[in-house]
Design a protein around this ligand. Structure first.
Ligand SMILES: C[S@@+](CC[C@H](N)C(=O)[O-])C[C@H]1O[C@@H](n2cnc3c(N)ncnc32)[C@H](O)[C@@H]1O
Length: 269
């Protein structure tokens, strides 16, 4: 099934609505991802206050709002106009100052070496040109800048979970379209190689997955299907978080190599 990225325009006005399938990315997903990213910045000794961050593929702004609350100056970009409008309206309603722009990750309208933090969450497995997205991210990051990400591994387990269970099987699927294409999932070694080619050193990869048991997961997906559970509740009950296995999703970070050291190491990180 080819990937259907048009879904973000069709459903993108409802990112913050718990009955909208896109809201499944909030629930336990936003806290799981954000907690890890915040911890990485702390480990690296980076005080986020005042740092310039770009959220590549920001969708409805779940993570942009978290980074803004940390004190970052955030720019969220996404090719989906509807999503950007929704994100902007939500931030305004909550008194958050976040810049938003319609822009694909393959060609960022940002100056070279202008951002301290770039992050890309559940986006890399959606983009048309992965190499170009990473190249652009590397271009706009300052030397020593931090790249944070999460994406989906290309394994038998991810095919079963993300494709069969969540997208194909009639009783359990969360959406009736191809939000994911298994062939676009990315192995950590492949990502590491692309990052390296563009001057980003992969520093860590950790597993991200549901901590709820398989039976409860399956049953909750059926309840969503029957209209008895919202996507927001299903996401919370999934209890996404750090897990040992990396064969479903994984989180990680890289740092941009310092020009001055030339040694492949960031002086700051
Ligand atoms: C699964 S959503 C993730 C949204 C958000 N990052 C989050 O985690 O809540 C994937 C997002 O990637 C965006 N996207 C698709 N192709 C893209 C591209 N080439 N560059 C940047 N974003 C893209 C979609 O419009 C969509 O908003």
């Amino acid at each position: 099934m080819p990937i259907d990225n048009a879904i973000y325009d069709r459903l993108g006005s409802g990112w913050w609505d718990e009955s909208n399938p896109l809201n499944a990315l909030n629930g336990s997903f936003t806290p799981a991802r954000f907690t890890y990213f915040r911890d990485v910045l702390a480990q690296l000794g980076r005080n986020p206050a005042g740092l310039q961050a770009v959220d590549v593929g920001c969708g409805g702004g779940f993570l942009a709002e978290e980074f803004a609350r940390l004190g970052c100056r955030v720019l969220g970009v996404d090719p989906s106009e509807v999503s950007i409008r929704t994100a902007q309206q939500h931030a305004t309603a909550y008194g958050l100052k976040i810049g938003y722009a319609v822009n694909a990750g393959e060609r960022l309208a940002l100056k070279d070496e202008s951002v301290d933090i770039a992050y890309c969450c559940d986006v890399l497995e959606h983009v048309t040109d992965l190499d170009q997205v990473i190249a652009e991210t590397a271009r706009v990051l300052k030397p020593g800048g931090v790249y944070l990400f999460d994406t989906i591994n290309r394994t038998r387990a991810s095919k079963l979970f993300f494709i069969k269970l969540l997208q194909e099987w009639r009783l359990t699927r969360m959406v009736d379209t191809g939000v994911h294409s298994w062939t676009m999932f990315i192995k950590p070694t492949e990502l590491e190689e692309i990052l390296r080619r563009h001057g980003l050193r992969l520093r860590e990869v950790v597993g991200l997955g549901p901590r709820a048991g398989l039976a409860s997961l399956g049953w909750n997906f059926v309840r969503v299907r029957l209209g008895r559970l919202s996507f927001g509740d299903a996401s919370r009950l999934m209890d996404l978080g750090r897990v040992r296995r990396v064969d479903l999703s994984y989180l990680g970070y890289a740092t941009k190599l310092s020009r001055r050291s030339g040694s492949g190491e960031s002086r700051q990180g």
